[in-house]
Design a binder for this molecule. Structure first.
Ligand SMILES: *Cc1c(COP(=O)(O)O)cnc(C)c1O
Length: 459
Protein backbone atom coordinates (compact mmCIF):
# COMPACT_ATOMS: atom_id res chain seq x y z
CA UNK A 1 0.00 0.00 0.00
CA UNK A 2 1.34 3.39 -0.98
CA UNK A 3 2.25 5.66 1.91
CA UNK A 4 0.82 9.14 2.17
CA UNK A 5 3.54 11.75 1.63
CA UNK A 6 3.32 13.95 4.71
CA UNK A 7 2.67 17.65 4.26
CA UNK A 8 5.80 19.81 3.87
CA UNK A 9 4.05 22.58 5.84
CA UNK A 10 2.08 23.06 9.03
CA UNK A 11 -1.27 24.74 9.49
CA UNK A 12 -1.55 28.16 11.11
CA UNK A 13 -4.95 29.30 9.94
CA UNK A 14 -8.08 27.20 9.62
CA UNK A 15 -11.43 27.57 7.90
CA UNK A 16 -14.11 25.66 9.84
CA UNK A 17 -16.33 23.31 7.85
CA UNK A 18 -20.01 22.79 8.54
CA UNK A 19 -21.03 19.18 9.12
CA UNK A 20 -24.36 18.20 7.59
CA UNK A 21 -26.58 15.13 7.92
CA UNK A 22 -27.70 12.97 5.02
CA UNK A 23 -31.28 14.23 5.48
CA UNK A 24 -30.05 17.82 5.19
CA UNK A 25 -28.05 16.99 2.08
CA UNK A 26 -31.09 15.36 0.50
CA UNK A 27 -32.98 18.64 0.98
CA UNK A 28 -30.09 20.71 -0.35
CA UNK A 29 -29.98 18.62 -3.51
CA UNK A 30 -33.69 19.04 -4.13
CA UNK A 31 -33.33 22.81 -3.69
CA UNK A 32 -30.36 22.77 -6.08
CA UNK A 33 -32.31 20.79 -8.70
CA UNK A 34 -29.62 18.10 -8.48
CA UNK A 35 -27.02 20.47 -9.92
CA UNK A 36 -23.89 20.57 -7.73
CA UNK A 37 -22.93 24.01 -9.07
CA UNK A 38 -26.12 25.34 -7.47
CA UNK A 39 -25.13 24.30 -3.93
CA UNK A 40 -23.92 26.84 -1.40
CA UNK A 41 -20.30 25.97 -0.71
CA UNK A 42 -21.14 26.18 3.00
CA UNK A 43 -23.15 22.99 2.55
CA UNK A 44 -20.15 21.12 1.11
CA UNK A 45 -17.76 19.24 3.40
CA UNK A 46 -14.98 18.31 0.94
CA UNK A 47 -14.96 20.39 -2.23
CA UNK A 48 -13.34 18.61 -5.17
CA UNK A 49 -15.23 20.58 -7.81
CA UNK A 50 -12.03 22.13 -9.16
CA UNK A 51 -8.38 22.74 -8.31
CA UNK A 52 -8.58 26.18 -9.95
CA UNK A 53 -8.14 29.17 -7.65
CA UNK A 54 -8.95 26.97 -4.64
CA UNK A 55 -5.43 26.43 -3.30
CA UNK A 56 -4.24 27.67 0.09
CA UNK A 57 -1.70 30.49 -0.09
CA UNK A 58 1.36 30.40 2.14
CA UNK A 59 2.19 32.85 4.92
CA UNK A 60 4.79 34.36 2.58
CA UNK A 61 2.13 34.94 -0.07
CA UNK A 62 -0.20 36.52 2.50
CA UNK A 63 2.65 38.76 3.63
CA UNK A 64 2.99 39.79 -0.02
CA UNK A 65 -0.73 40.58 -0.10
CA UNK A 66 -0.30 43.04 2.78
CA UNK A 67 2.80 44.71 1.36
CA UNK A 68 1.41 44.85 -2.22
CA UNK A 69 1.89 48.14 -4.07
CA UNK A 70 -1.43 49.36 -5.46
CA UNK A 71 0.00 52.02 -7.78
CA UNK A 72 -1.75 52.22 -11.14
CA UNK A 73 1.51 52.25 -13.09
CA UNK A 74 4.92 50.80 -12.31
CA UNK A 75 3.90 48.84 -9.21
CA UNK A 76 6.57 46.80 -7.41
CA UNK A 77 4.61 43.56 -7.89
CA UNK A 78 4.80 43.91 -11.68
CA UNK A 79 8.58 44.03 -11.59
CA UNK A 80 8.66 40.97 -9.34
CA UNK A 81 6.48 39.02 -11.75
CA UNK A 82 8.68 40.04 -14.71
CA UNK A 83 11.81 39.01 -12.83
CA UNK A 84 10.29 35.65 -11.79
CA UNK A 85 9.26 34.85 -15.38
CA UNK A 86 12.74 35.70 -16.67
CA UNK A 87 14.31 33.51 -14.00
CA UNK A 88 11.98 30.49 -14.06
CA UNK A 89 11.09 30.29 -17.75
CA UNK A 90 13.98 32.23 -19.28
CA UNK A 91 11.49 34.30 -21.29
CA UNK A 92 12.33 37.90 -22.11
CA UNK A 93 8.79 39.26 -21.84
CA UNK A 94 5.79 38.70 -19.60
CA UNK A 95 2.34 40.18 -19.29
CA UNK A 96 0.16 39.58 -16.23
CA UNK A 97 -3.57 39.18 -16.86
CA UNK A 98 -6.49 38.33 -14.59
CA UNK A 99 -6.74 34.61 -15.46
CA UNK A 100 -5.89 31.97 -18.07
CA UNK A 101 -8.69 32.71 -20.52
CA UNK A 102 -7.71 36.39 -20.51
CA UNK A 103 -4.21 35.34 -21.58
CA UNK A 104 -5.81 33.49 -24.50
CA UNK A 105 -7.99 36.46 -25.40
CA UNK A 106 -5.01 38.82 -25.44
CA UNK A 107 -2.40 36.59 -27.13
CA UNK A 108 -4.29 34.54 -29.71
CA UNK A 109 -5.44 37.35 -32.09
CA UNK A 110 -1.76 38.05 -32.89
CA UNK A 111 -1.11 34.42 -33.87
CA UNK A 112 -4.28 32.95 -35.33
CA UNK A 113 -6.06 34.27 -38.41
CA UNK A 114 -9.67 33.60 -39.30
CA UNK A 115 -10.04 30.27 -41.12
CA UNK A 116 -6.80 28.81 -39.74
CA UNK A 117 -6.51 25.70 -37.58
CA UNK A 118 -5.02 25.51 -34.13
CA UNK A 119 -3.54 22.09 -33.42
CA UNK A 120 -3.17 20.92 -29.83
CA UNK A 121 -2.54 17.72 -27.91
CA UNK A 122 -5.90 18.71 -26.41
CA UNK A 123 -7.58 22.09 -26.11
CA UNK A 124 -8.91 23.11 -22.72
CA UNK A 125 -12.54 24.37 -23.02
CA UNK A 126 -11.70 28.08 -22.90
CA UNK A 127 -8.78 27.61 -25.30
CA UNK A 128 -11.12 25.88 -27.72
CA UNK A 129 -13.59 28.71 -27.16
CA UNK A 130 -11.08 31.47 -27.99
CA UNK A 131 -9.87 29.65 -31.11
CA UNK A 132 -13.48 29.32 -32.25
CA UNK A 133 -14.28 32.97 -31.44
CA UNK A 134 -11.42 34.02 -33.75
CA UNK A 135 -12.95 31.98 -36.58
CA UNK A 136 -10.35 29.22 -36.22
CA UNK A 137 -10.75 25.46 -36.03
CA UNK A 138 -9.42 23.64 -32.95
CA UNK A 139 -7.97 20.18 -33.67
CA UNK A 140 -6.99 17.72 -30.90
CA UNK A 141 -4.25 15.19 -31.70
CA UNK A 142 -3.53 13.44 -28.40
CA UNK A 143 -1.90 9.99 -28.56
CA UNK A 144 -4.25 6.99 -28.74
CA UNK A 145 -3.04 5.71 -25.33
CA UNK A 146 -4.92 8.58 -23.67
CA UNK A 147 -8.11 6.57 -24.15
CA UNK A 148 -6.76 3.49 -22.39
CA UNK A 149 -7.79 4.06 -18.78
CA UNK A 150 -6.39 0.82 -17.37
CA UNK A 151 -2.76 0.43 -18.43
CA UNK A 152 0.12 2.35 -16.91
CA UNK A 153 1.80 4.53 -19.49
CA UNK A 154 3.98 7.39 -18.31
CA UNK A 155 2.94 10.15 -20.74
CA UNK A 156 -0.63 9.75 -21.90
CA UNK A 157 -0.91 13.49 -22.52
CA UNK A 158 1.50 13.49 -25.48
CA UNK A 159 0.87 14.90 -28.93
CA UNK A 160 0.61 12.25 -31.66
CA UNK A 161 3.53 13.40 -33.83
CA UNK A 162 2.59 11.22 -36.83
CA UNK A 163 -0.92 12.62 -36.91
CA UNK A 164 0.49 16.14 -36.40
CA UNK A 165 2.65 15.78 -39.52
CA UNK A 166 -0.22 14.23 -41.46
CA UNK A 167 -2.66 16.97 -40.41
CA UNK A 168 -0.28 19.78 -41.43
CA UNK A 169 0.22 18.10 -44.82
CA UNK A 170 -3.53 17.63 -45.19
CA UNK A 171 -4.64 21.21 -44.42
CA UNK A 172 -1.50 22.98 -45.68
CA UNK A 173 1.08 24.83 -43.56
CA UNK A 174 -0.42 28.25 -44.34
CA UNK A 175 -3.68 27.10 -42.75
CA UNK A 176 -2.16 26.25 -39.37
CA UNK A 177 -1.98 29.38 -37.20
CA UNK A 178 -0.41 27.88 -34.11
CA UNK A 179 0.33 24.72 -32.17
CA UNK A 180 -0.76 24.67 -28.52
CA UNK A 181 0.88 22.20 -26.16
CA UNK A 182 -1.22 21.79 -23.01
CA UNK A 183 0.86 20.67 -20.00
CA UNK A 184 -0.32 18.71 -18.21
CA UNK A 185 -3.06 17.62 -20.57
CA UNK A 186 -6.05 18.73 -18.51
CA UNK A 187 -8.82 17.30 -20.68
CA UNK A 188 -7.04 13.91 -20.83
CA UNK A 189 -7.18 13.78 -17.03
CA UNK A 190 -4.10 15.78 -16.07
CA UNK A 191 -1.88 13.32 -17.92
CA UNK A 192 1.67 14.57 -18.49
CA UNK A 193 3.58 15.29 -21.68
CA UNK A 194 7.19 14.07 -21.96
CA UNK A 195 10.14 16.34 -22.65
CA UNK A 196 10.93 14.37 -25.79
CA UNK A 197 7.38 14.91 -27.03
CA UNK A 198 7.49 18.67 -26.34
CA UNK A 199 10.79 18.75 -28.22
CA UNK A 200 9.52 16.66 -31.14
CA UNK A 201 6.42 18.88 -31.42
CA UNK A 202 8.60 21.99 -31.47
CA UNK A 203 10.78 20.52 -34.19
CA UNK A 204 7.70 20.06 -36.37
CA UNK A 205 6.55 23.60 -35.56
CA UNK A 206 9.97 25.09 -36.35
CA UNK A 207 10.34 23.16 -39.59
CA UNK A 208 7.12 24.75 -40.83
CA UNK A 209 7.53 28.15 -39.17
CA UNK A 210 4.38 27.64 -37.06
CA UNK A 211 4.42 29.40 -33.66
CA UNK A 212 4.22 27.04 -30.67
CA UNK A 213 2.43 28.11 -27.51
CA UNK A 214 2.47 26.25 -24.19
CA UNK A 215 -0.80 26.23 -22.23
CA UNK A 216 1.07 26.22 -18.95
CA UNK A 217 -1.59 25.91 -16.21
CA UNK A 218 0.06 22.79 -14.69
CA UNK A 219 3.64 23.27 -15.84
CA UNK A 220 5.11 22.39 -12.43
CA UNK A 221 3.23 19.10 -12.11
CA UNK A 222 4.32 18.26 -15.64
CA UNK A 223 7.96 18.98 -14.75
CA UNK A 224 7.67 16.68 -11.72
CA UNK A 225 6.34 13.84 -13.89
CA UNK A 226 9.28 14.34 -16.28
CA UNK A 227 11.68 14.20 -13.33
CA UNK A 228 10.19 10.99 -11.97
CA UNK A 229 9.20 9.19 -15.18
CA UNK A 230 11.48 10.22 -18.04
CA UNK A 231 14.95 8.83 -18.48
CA UNK A 232 17.77 11.27 -17.83
CA UNK A 233 15.85 13.72 -15.62
CA UNK A 234 15.96 12.09 -12.16
CA UNK A 235 18.84 14.30 -11.05
CA UNK A 236 17.79 17.48 -12.84
CA UNK A 237 16.31 20.29 -10.69
CA UNK A 238 12.64 21.08 -11.34
CA UNK A 239 13.49 24.66 -12.36
CA UNK A 240 15.92 23.38 -15.00
CA UNK A 241 13.29 20.97 -16.34
CA UNK A 242 10.87 23.91 -16.55
CA UNK A 243 13.46 26.00 -18.42
CA UNK A 244 14.04 23.22 -20.91
CA UNK A 245 10.30 22.61 -21.49
CA UNK A 246 9.70 26.29 -22.21
CA UNK A 247 12.82 26.64 -24.38
CA UNK A 248 10.96 24.68 -27.07
CA UNK A 249 8.05 27.12 -27.33
CA UNK A 250 7.70 30.71 -28.54
CA UNK A 251 5.13 31.88 -26.01
CA UNK A 252 2.91 30.64 -23.21
CA UNK A 253 -0.46 31.36 -21.67
CA UNK A 254 -0.99 30.45 -18.04
CA UNK A 255 -3.85 30.21 -15.63
CA UNK A 256 -1.96 31.01 -12.42
CA UNK A 257 -4.92 29.64 -10.44
CA UNK A 258 -3.46 26.15 -10.71
CA UNK A 259 0.28 25.55 -10.25
CA UNK A 260 1.13 29.15 -9.30
CA UNK A 261 -1.23 28.68 -6.30
CA UNK A 262 -3.05 32.01 -6.36
CA UNK A 263 -6.78 32.53 -6.08
CA UNK A 264 -6.82 34.78 -9.15
CA UNK A 265 -4.22 35.51 -11.80
CA UNK A 266 -2.83 34.66 -15.20
CA UNK A 267 0.22 35.24 -17.34
CA UNK A 268 1.42 35.54 -20.90
CA UNK A 269 5.08 34.83 -21.62
CA UNK A 270 6.86 35.71 -24.86
CA UNK A 271 10.30 34.16 -25.33
CA UNK A 272 12.06 36.80 -27.42
CA UNK A 273 9.74 38.14 -30.14
CA UNK A 274 9.58 41.84 -29.29
CA UNK A 275 7.10 42.61 -32.05
CA UNK A 276 4.68 40.01 -30.67
CA UNK A 277 5.09 41.42 -27.17
CA UNK A 278 4.25 44.92 -28.40
CA UNK A 279 1.00 43.53 -29.86
CA UNK A 280 0.27 41.73 -26.58
CA UNK A 281 0.69 44.95 -24.62
CA UNK A 282 -1.53 46.71 -27.14
CA UNK A 283 -4.44 44.32 -26.53
CA UNK A 284 -3.86 44.12 -22.78
CA UNK A 285 -4.82 47.76 -22.28
CA UNK A 286 -8.38 47.57 -23.67
CA UNK A 287 -9.10 44.07 -22.36
CA UNK A 288 -7.27 43.89 -19.03
CA UNK A 289 -6.06 47.34 -18.04
CA UNK A 290 -2.69 49.05 -18.02
CA UNK A 291 0.23 46.69 -18.65
CA UNK A 292 1.77 46.91 -15.19
CA UNK A 293 -1.33 45.53 -13.48
CA UNK A 294 -3.11 43.54 -16.21
CA UNK A 295 -6.47 43.09 -14.53
CA UNK A 296 -4.95 42.29 -11.14
CA UNK A 297 -4.61 44.20 -7.89
CA UNK A 298 -1.04 44.99 -6.85
CA UNK A 299 -1.36 42.48 -4.00
CA UNK A 300 -2.31 39.73 -6.45
CA UNK A 301 0.90 40.40 -8.40
CA UNK A 302 2.93 39.96 -5.21
CA UNK A 303 1.21 36.66 -4.40
CA UNK A 304 1.75 35.48 -7.97
CA UNK A 305 5.46 36.30 -8.01
CA UNK A 306 5.86 34.18 -4.85
CA UNK A 307 3.49 31.37 -5.89
CA UNK A 308 5.41 30.75 -9.11
CA UNK A 309 8.36 29.61 -6.97
CA UNK A 310 6.35 27.71 -4.35
CA UNK A 311 4.69 25.70 -7.12
CA UNK A 312 8.02 24.34 -8.38
CA UNK A 313 9.38 23.37 -4.97
CA UNK A 314 10.41 19.70 -5.22
CA UNK A 315 9.15 18.77 -1.73
CA UNK A 316 5.80 20.40 -2.42
CA UNK A 317 5.45 18.56 -5.73
CA UNK A 318 6.37 15.21 -4.18
CA UNK A 319 3.61 15.72 -1.61
CA UNK A 320 1.15 17.05 -4.17
CA UNK A 321 1.49 14.25 -6.72
CA UNK A 322 1.83 11.72 -3.88
CA UNK A 323 -1.50 12.84 -2.46
CA UNK A 324 -3.32 12.17 -5.73
CA UNK A 325 -1.57 8.80 -6.10
CA UNK A 326 -2.49 7.89 -2.52
CA UNK A 327 -6.17 8.53 -3.19
CA UNK A 328 -6.03 6.70 -6.53
CA UNK A 329 -4.25 3.66 -5.10
CA UNK A 330 -6.55 3.34 -2.09
CA UNK A 331 -9.57 3.46 -4.38
CA UNK A 332 -8.06 0.89 -6.72
CA UNK A 333 -7.38 -1.42 -3.78
CA UNK A 334 -11.05 -1.08 -2.86
CA UNK A 335 -12.05 -2.06 -6.38
CA UNK A 336 -13.35 1.38 -7.34
CA UNK A 337 -12.72 1.80 -11.09
CA UNK A 338 -10.77 4.88 -12.17
CA UNK A 339 -8.45 6.24 -14.82
CA UNK A 340 -4.97 4.82 -14.30
CA UNK A 341 -2.39 6.11 -13.76
CA UNK A 342 -3.88 9.09 -11.92
CA UNK A 343 -2.90 12.45 -13.39
CA UNK A 344 -1.44 15.51 -11.75
CA UNK A 345 -4.42 17.26 -10.25
CA UNK A 346 -7.38 14.92 -10.15
CA UNK A 347 -8.74 11.40 -9.86
CA UNK A 348 -11.20 10.44 -12.59
CA UNK A 349 -13.68 7.80 -11.42
CA UNK A 350 -15.03 5.54 -14.14
CA UNK A 351 -18.75 5.90 -13.56
CA UNK A 352 -19.68 3.77 -16.58
CA UNK A 353 -17.87 0.82 -14.99
CA UNK A 354 -19.15 1.46 -11.46
CA UNK A 355 -22.77 2.05 -12.49
CA UNK A 356 -23.22 -0.17 -15.57
CA UNK A 357 -27.02 -0.19 -15.19
CA UNK A 358 -27.25 3.58 -15.86
CA UNK A 359 -27.22 4.35 -19.61
CA UNK A 360 -25.35 7.41 -20.91
CA UNK A 361 -28.56 9.38 -21.41
CA UNK A 362 -29.24 9.04 -17.67
CA UNK A 363 -25.78 10.47 -16.89
CA UNK A 364 -23.78 7.97 -14.79
CA UNK A 365 -21.00 10.53 -14.08
CA UNK A 366 -23.51 12.99 -12.66
CA UNK A 367 -25.35 10.23 -10.76
CA UNK A 368 -22.09 9.22 -9.05
CA UNK A 369 -21.24 12.85 -8.25
CA UNK A 370 -24.66 13.32 -6.63
CA UNK A 371 -24.31 10.06 -4.69
CA UNK A 372 -20.93 11.20 -3.31
CA UNK A 373 -22.53 14.38 -2.06
CA UNK A 374 -25.41 12.49 -0.45
CA UNK A 375 -23.08 9.96 1.13
CA UNK A 376 -20.48 12.29 2.65
CA UNK A 377 -20.94 15.91 1.52
CA UNK A 378 -18.24 15.58 -1.14
CA UNK A 379 -18.60 17.78 -4.22
CA UNK A 380 -17.21 16.54 -7.54
CA UNK A 381 -18.05 17.05 -11.19
CA UNK A 382 -19.36 15.04 -14.15
CA UNK A 383 -17.02 14.79 -17.13
CA UNK A 384 -19.21 12.72 -19.40
CA UNK A 385 -22.43 12.79 -21.39
CA UNK A 386 -24.06 15.24 -18.97
CA UNK A 387 -21.30 17.78 -19.62
CA UNK A 388 -21.70 17.30 -23.39
CA UNK A 389 -24.43 19.52 -24.74
CA UNK A 390 -27.11 18.11 -27.04
CA UNK A 391 -26.40 18.17 -30.76
CA UNK A 392 -27.05 21.78 -31.86
CA UNK A 393 -28.94 20.65 -34.99
CA UNK A 394 -30.81 17.46 -34.08
CA UNK A 395 -31.17 18.36 -30.33
CA UNK A 396 -30.27 14.73 -29.61
CA UNK A 397 -28.25 13.71 -26.59
CA UNK A 398 -24.69 12.85 -27.61
CA UNK A 399 -22.83 9.99 -25.95
CA UNK A 400 -19.44 10.83 -24.42
CA UNK A 401 -16.54 8.48 -25.01
CA UNK A 402 -16.03 8.14 -21.25
CA UNK A 403 -18.34 8.70 -18.29
CA UNK A 404 -16.10 10.18 -15.61
CA UNK A 405 -16.71 11.74 -12.22
CA UNK A 406 -13.78 14.04 -11.52
CA UNK A 407 -12.32 14.61 -8.08
CA UNK A 408 -10.11 17.68 -8.60
CA UNK A 409 -7.84 18.27 -5.62
CA UNK A 410 -7.14 21.83 -4.38
CA UNK A 411 -3.50 22.48 -3.46
CA UNK A 412 -2.44 22.43 0.23
CA UNK A 413 -6.05 22.31 1.46
CA UNK A 414 -7.09 18.78 2.48
CA UNK A 415 -5.35 16.22 4.70
CA UNK A 416 -4.93 12.45 4.60
CA UNK A 417 -8.01 11.99 6.78
CA UNK A 418 -10.14 13.87 4.24
CA UNK A 419 -8.93 11.50 1.53
CA UNK A 420 -9.82 8.53 3.72
CA UNK A 421 -13.36 9.91 4.11
CA UNK A 422 -13.61 9.95 0.30
CA UNK A 423 -12.38 6.35 0.06
CA UNK A 424 -14.88 5.15 2.69
CA UNK A 425 -17.73 6.96 0.94
CA UNK A 426 -16.89 5.37 -2.40
CA UNK A 427 -16.59 1.91 -0.82
CA UNK A 428 -20.13 2.28 0.54
CA UNK A 429 -21.41 3.53 -2.81
CA UNK A 430 -19.75 0.60 -4.57
CA UNK A 431 -21.46 -1.89 -2.24
CA UNK A 432 -24.85 -0.39 -3.05
CA UNK A 433 -24.10 0.58 -6.63
CA UNK A 434 -27.14 -1.18 -8.10
CA UNK A 435 -29.44 1.08 -6.07
CA UNK A 436 -28.03 4.31 -7.53
CA UNK A 437 -30.54 5.89 -9.91
CA UNK A 438 -30.05 7.71 -13.19
CA UNK A 439 -31.18 11.30 -13.80
CA UNK A 440 -33.12 13.22 -16.43
CA UNK A 441 -32.85 16.90 -17.34
CA UNK A 442 -35.96 18.98 -16.69
CA UNK A 443 -34.53 22.29 -17.96
CA UNK A 444 -31.36 23.25 -19.83
CA UNK A 445 -29.86 26.34 -21.48
CA UNK A 446 -28.76 26.18 -25.15
CA UNK A 447 -25.01 25.81 -24.41
CA UNK A 448 -22.68 24.90 -21.51
CA UNK A 449 -25.64 23.38 -19.75
CA UNK A 450 -23.89 21.58 -16.93
CA UNK A 451 -23.40 24.81 -14.96
CA UNK A 452 -27.10 25.67 -14.79
CA UNK A 453 -29.26 22.73 -15.93
CA UNK A 454 -31.96 21.33 -13.66
CA UNK A 455 -32.35 17.59 -13.13
CA UNK A 456 -34.43 15.03 -11.30
CA UNK A 457 -33.90 11.38 -10.39
CA UNK A 458 -35.55 8.76 -12.56
CA UNK A 459 -38.04 6.68 -10.52
C1 LIG B 1 -7.92 26.51 -16.19
C2 LIG B 1 -7.29 26.37 -17.50
C3 LIG B 1 -7.38 27.38 -18.48
C4 LIG B 1 -8.20 28.63 -18.27
O1 LIG B 1 -7.79 29.33 -17.17
P1 LIG B 1 -8.77 30.22 -16.25
O2 LIG B 1 -7.85 30.78 -15.23
O3 LIG B 1 -9.81 29.30 -15.70
O4 LIG B 1 -9.35 31.26 -17.13
C5 LIG B 1 -6.73 27.18 -19.68
N1 LIG B 1 -6.05 26.05 -19.93
C6 LIG B 1 -5.95 25.05 -19.03
C7 LIG B 1 -5.17 23.82 -19.36
C8 LIG B 1 -6.57 25.17 -17.80
O5 LIG B 1 -6.49 24.17 -16.92
Amino acid sequence: MRKYVAEPFKIKMVEPLKMTTRAEREEKLIAANYNLFALDSDDVYIDFLTDSGTGAMSDTQWAGIVSGDESYAGARGYKKVMTAVKDIFNYEYAQPVHQGRAAEQVLFPSLLKKGQCCISNMHFDTTRGHVTLLGGTPIDLVVAEAKDTLTFMPFKGNMDIDRLNAKIAEVGVENVGMIVMTITNNSAGGQPVSMSNIKATSEVAKKHGIPMVIDAARYAENAYFIKTREEGYADVEIIDIVREMFSYADAFTMSAKKDAIVNMGGLIGVKNDEELFVKVKGLTIPYEGFVTYGGLAGRDLEALSIGLYEGIDADFLKYRIGQIEYLGDKLRDAGVPLQYPTGGHAVFLDAKELLPHIPYHQFPGQALALELYLEAGIRSCDIGSYMLDVDPVTREQKEAEMEFTRLAIPRRVYTQAHFDVVVEALKTIKENADKVKGYEITWQPPILRHFTAKLKPIK
